[in-house]
Structures are given as C-alpha cells and as structure tokens.
Ligand binder design. Structure first.
Ligand code: CA
Length: 330
C-alpha cells in the first residue's frame, strides 16, 4: 500500500473500508497503527505526516490488509490547491478506474453547542439549520455560523428522536429515528405544519432540488416527492460491488450525495443515479485530542453552502464545527 496514502489517510479509510467490506461493528479511530498519522494544526490547517510525526494528533488503525481500492495507489499531491469539493476523479491511471480518495484542509473553525447531539445539518441563506436527537432532548435549531449561537429553537415532543433535516423552499423537513414520522415546519416560524410517515427508520435527509433523499441506516437511499412526501424511487449504494451500509447524515453537493458512514470518519461521495461510490473522504483527526475532554460521539453533520462553495462538518456533541476544503490524495 502506498506510504503516502497510508500515512495521510491513516486508519479511518483503511479501517472504514474494512468495516464496509466485513460488516464489522468496530469503531474506527480506537485502535492504532504506528504508520498512520494525520496531524491537525491549531492554526486551522492540516498537515499530513509520516511515521515520525509527533504523537499529539495520532489517529490510527489496526493494521489491516489493503482494500482493493487502496492497493496500486499511485500516490497523490496533498497540496491544498490540488482539489476542491467538486473535483472529479483523476484520470492518470489509464488501465484502471481509481476511486479518488480525499483528505481535508481546515479553513475555519466555529463554536458548536457541545450538548447538541447532531443528527442533521443544513445551510440556507447564511445560517445553519440543525436537528438534534435523543429522547426528550431533540430539537430543530437555527444557528448562527460564526458564533454557534442558537437563534431559534423548537423542541420535539419527548417521545420523538430527531434525525436528519433539510430546507426545501420555505419549509424545513425533519426525520425521526424509529417513529416512522417526518415533520414539516414553516422555515421562518418553525411552526409544525404537517406530519408524514415512512416505513423505514429515518437517519439522514437532504434534497437535490427535485427530490428529498433519505437514508435509513442500510445501504438504500430513498427518494421522496417533496410535495406528496411519498417515495418515488430508491438506489442501493455500493462500492466495488459491496453494499455500503450505515449511511447516515446526507448532503447533496454539486451533483453528488455525500453521506457519513456511521461510526467511521468516512464520507462517501455517491452518484445519485447509480448508487456507486465515486469517492471517499477521510476525516480522521478532524477533532483534536484536546477537544475530546468532554463526551463526544461520532462524526455526523454535513452542510454545504453552494453560493460560496463552503463545506461544513461537525459531530454529535462536538464543541466545534469545521469548514473544510477537500484535498485529493490520489
Ligand atoms: Ca446535511
């Protein structure tokens, strides 16, 4: 396996792909390998280091066999200028199709309510919309990006566990986990306008301008008519012929669906027509060790500002929210 790829992506990708392939439930970032190191800089940049890098930000993995995608890697240029979030696959491997792998560069760091069990994140007209989970703690929030201040809040009934949110026109739609109930709000007032039902669990939610897109914890993404809120199609997400399960928080980014893979530091970039994973983003090391003081949970929360090409990510109970740029590894 290419040294640069291993060093830069660290365990997140390799372990994540192993998890995907095996269906294992182990959590990434827990076990360690001496060869996998990604060092986040306090200044808000990320450097990619080899085995001799300092220990303070080492996030690592149990050594595992390289995945089919990881073998034969031809290396890559980690320059921040190498790619933007919308960059497509590389074409310098004429004899095989190589799935692009990205790491990240932190552009900005913003405060995030460490009590927010983030289950959904969206950006619309300059502000964030966030859905939080847990029974008796779930909410819908309008949040000021720069300060993390909650500008408006609606608490869900105690028996509903909030999940993904998206802004569609003048409405906000929010899923619930196991209640099979979706909630539709007025975007300005947060008035609950109507409910709708769906047969699966509700996890992530986004839209492509025409359809709502829902994940349910499996490898299936469901498309809903935004007016009738009835299912009009679905795709099965796969990578190298293997279903990619535990798709969680979603974001539609310039023609692709980005999806957190639950309990990993991975985001899959998905072709919405075929379900094929067309790229992987490894976010290992994003939250620095000193930010692990309080209770934190997994990466969850992707929002995109299309007007300014800004990509935001956070996690459940994370004290920070990050604006990142993607950096192509190979
Ligand atoms: Ca989102």
């Amino acid at each position: 396996m290419n040294r640069l790829l291993r060093s830069a992506l660290g365990s997140g990708l390799v372990l994540g792909m192993t998890l995907i392939s095996s269906g294992c439930t182990a959590r990434p970032g827990v076990s360690e390998s001496p060869t996998a190191t990604a060092t986040a800089q306090p200044t808000g940049t990320i450097s990619v280091a080899g085995p001799t890098a300092g220990p303070t930000a080492t996030r690592t993995a149990t050594p595992v066999a390289a995945s089919p995608a990881a073998t034969g890697a031809s290396g890559g240029d980690p320059s921040p200028d190498a790619v933007t979030p919308i960059a497509g696959p590389t074409t310098d491997a004429p004899q095989e199709t190589v799935t692009p792998i990205y790491t990240y560069r932190v552009v900005n760091v913003y405060p995030h309510d460490p009590k927010a069990f983030t289950q959904g994140l969206a950006f619309d007209e300059g502000v964030l919309y966030e859905g939080t989970g847990l029974l008796a703690r779930s909410s819908l929030r309008r949040v000021e990006l720069e300060t993390g201040q909650v500008l408006q809040r609606h608490n869900l009934p105690a028996n509903l566990f909030g999940e993904g949110v998206t802004v569609f026109g003048d409405r906000i739609i929010q899923l619930t986990w196991k209640s099979h109930v979706g909630l539709v709000y007025d975007k300005e007032t947060f008035e609950r306008q109507r409910d709708f039902t769906y047969p699966t669990e509700g996890w992530g939610l986004t839209h492509d301008g025409q359809r709502l897109i829902i994940s349910d914890g499996s490898s299936t993404l469901h498309f809903l008519d935004p007016e009738t809120l009835e299912e009009i199609g679905q795709i099965d997400v796969h990578y190298d012929g293997v279903p990619v399960t535990r798709l969680n928080e979603l974001e539609y980014v310039q023609g692709e669906i980005f999806a957190n893979v639950w309990k990993t530091d991975l985001v899959a970039r998905i072709d919405p027509e075929t379900g094929q994973v067309v790229g992987w983003i490894g976010l290992v090391g994003l939250l620095s060790p000193e930010d692990h003081d309080g209770p934190i949970d997994v990466l969850n929360g992707i929002a995109y500002d299309p007007e300014n090409d800004r990509l935001f990510v956070t996690g459940k109970l994370w004290p920070k929210l990050f604006e990142i740029k993607l950096v192509l590894l190979r």
